[in-house]
Ligand binder design. Structure first.
Ligand SMILES: *Cc1c(COP(=O)(O)O)cnc(C)c1O
Length: 385
C-alpha cells in the first residue's frame, strides 16, 4: 500500500473550534457580534501593550483599511518587497498609489533595509515590509529609516503570528499598523480572516468606520445597546470588510492553542534541519538571536546548484512520491501586471530572483507527525542523495 498523499498544508481544527462555531450558529448571531469583539480583545491581550485590534474578513482587507486610514492616494509611493504575495502590493493600487519594489536580504528573505533607503524618493509615504515565512524583518533598521525620513510603516504580518524580534512580539512595535492573516493555511485559521492591530487612535477609528460601509458604529452597538438604536450615519463610502462571528469562533479557539502550535512548528522545523543536513539544500533561515521567535508559517529550502535535480524536477519528484510542496513566491517582478506596469526586470532583484528559481516550501503544519517529516526527509535523500 502506498502512503497516502501528504498535503502541503492543513489547518488543525479541533472539537473546541467546532463547538464554538455550533454555539454561534445556535445563538442566532452569525455576523459581527459578541464573539468578534471577544476575539479582538483576546488577540490584543495576547499581544499585550496598548494595542487596538480590528477584526476583518482578510489580511488584504486589513492592509487596505490601514493604508486608507493613513490617507494614501495617487502620487504616493509605498516601498514593498518583491518577494511576497500580490496582496501586499495590490492594496497600494486600490488607493491609486504606486508600489516601489525592493529586493530582499539573502540571509532572512525579508526586505533589505539598505535597499529600502536607496528606494526612497520625495514621493515615498510608507514602508510595507513582510515578515517572510514568519521570521521578522530587521525592525530596528526599518524603524530608524522611517523616523529619519518621516515615513509611516504598515507591517504585512500575514506569516508572523507569533513572531518576536528582539524580545517584542510583532504587533507591539511602534508602527502605524500591523496586519495578520487567518487564511486557511496560516498559523491560526478562521477560513478567511485577518486582524488589523494599531496603537494609533486615528487609524483605529477610521478603520472601524471603513470596515463596515463607512457607518460609525457596528451592528453589535446598533442592535444590542439598551435603547433601540436604529439611527446611524454614513460618513464615507466604506467597505464590507467585517469579520463574522462564525469566523471569530474559530479564531477564539485557535488563539488559545497558538503557543502549542508555534512550539510544534518549531519542533518540526528543527527535525527538518537535522534530517536535511548533508543534502545539497540550503536550510530555512532561522532567527539570528535568542530574543527572536520564528512563527514557522513556512519552511523554505533552496536547491543548491550542485544538486542533481533542479527545483522544478524536485517538486515533481516529491509529488510522484505523494508529497505536496509549494513555491513562495513567484516574485512580483515576474508577475505580468507588476512587471509590465512598472517595467521590472529580474536583474533588478538578483536575490529574490535566485531564491525564486531555487526555493521549495516543504509541508509544515501542526497535524504532521514526526514520521511525516521523516518521510519527506527520506524522499529528499532518495531524490538528491
Ligand atoms: C496570505 C497573505 C496575505 C493575504 O492574506 P489574506 O488573509 O488571504 O487576505 C498577504 N500577504 C502575505 C505575505 C500573505 O502570505
Amino acid at each position: 500500500m502506498p502512503d497516502p498523499f501528504l498535503p502541503f498544508a492543513l489547518p488543525e481544527i479541533g472539537d473546541e473550534e467546532i463547538a464554538e462555531v455550533v454555539d454561534s450558529l445556535r445563538s442566532g448571531w452569525i455576523t459581527t457580534g459578541p464573539k468578534t469583539r471577544r476575539f479582538e480583545e483576546d488577540f490584543g491581550a495576547y499581544l499585550g501593550g496598548n494595542v487596538e485590534c480590528i477584526a476583518v474578513n482578510s489580511a488584504t482587507a486589513g492592509l487596505h483599511l490601514a493604508l486608507e486610514a493613513l490617507g494614501l492616494g495617487p502620487g504616493d509611493e509605498v516601498i514593498v518587497p518583491t518577494h511576497t504575495f500580490t496582496a501586499t502590493a495590490e492594496v497600494v493600487r486600490y488607493l491609486g498609489a504606486d508600489p516601489v519594489f525592493v529586493d530582499v536580504d539573502p540571509g532572512s528573505y525579508c526586505i533589505d533595509p539598505v535597499l529600502v533607503r536607496k528606494a526612497i524618493t520625495a514621493k515615498t509615504r510608507l514602508l510595507l515590509p513582510v515578515h517572510f515565512a514568519g521570521l521578522s524583518c530587521d525592525m530596528s533598521a526599518l524603524c530608524s529609516i522611517a523616523k529619519e525620513y518621516g515615513l509611516e510603516i504598515v507591517e504585512d504580518a500575514a506569516h508572523a503570528f507569533p513572531t518576536r524580534c528582539g524580545g517584542r512580539l510583532i504587533g507591539q512595535f511602534d508602527t502605524a499598523a500591523t496586519v495578520f492573516s487567518f487564511y486557511a493555511n496560516k498559523t491560526i485559521a478562521t477560513g478567511e480572516g485577518g486582524m488589523l492591530v494599531t496603537q494609533r487612535p486615528d487609524v483605529a477609528k477610521r478603520s472601524r468606520i471603513m470596515r463596515l460601509h463607512g457607518i460609525d458604529r457596528d451592528a453589535f452597538n446598533r442592535f444590542t445597546s439598551k435603547t433601540p438604536a436604529w439611527y446611524y450615519e454614513v460618513v464615507a463610502p466604506g467597505f464590507k470588510y467585517n469579520m463574522s462571528d462564525i469566523a471569530a469562533s474559530l479564531g477564539l479557539q485557535q488563539l488559545r492553542k497558538i503557543d502549542r502550535f508555534q512550539a510544534r512548528r518549531e519542533e518540526l522545523a528543527h527535525r527538518y534541519d537535522r534530517g536535511l543536513s548533508g543534502l545539497p539544500l540550503r536550510a530555512a533561515p532561522r532567527p539570528s538571536d535568542h530574543a527572536s521567535t520564528h512563527a514557522w508559517h513556512l519552511y523554505v529550502v533552496q536547491v543548491l546548484p550542485s544538486a542533481r535535480l533542479d527545483r522544478d524536477a524536485l517538486i515533481q519528484g516529491l509529488y510522484d512520491l505523494g508529497i505536496g510542496c509549494s513555491v513562495h513566491y513567484v516574485p512580483l517582478h515576474r508577475q505580468p501586471y507588476w512587471r509590465d506596469r512598472y517595467k521590472l526586470r529580474p536583474q533588478q532583484f538578483p536575490v529574490s530572483d535566485e531564491l525564486y528559481r531555487r526555493c521549495v516550501s516543504l509541508p509544515l503544519y501542526t497535524r504532521m507527525s514526526d514520521s511525516d517529516v521523516d518521510r519527506v526527509v527520506a524522499a529528499l535523500h532518495h531524490l538528491l542523495g
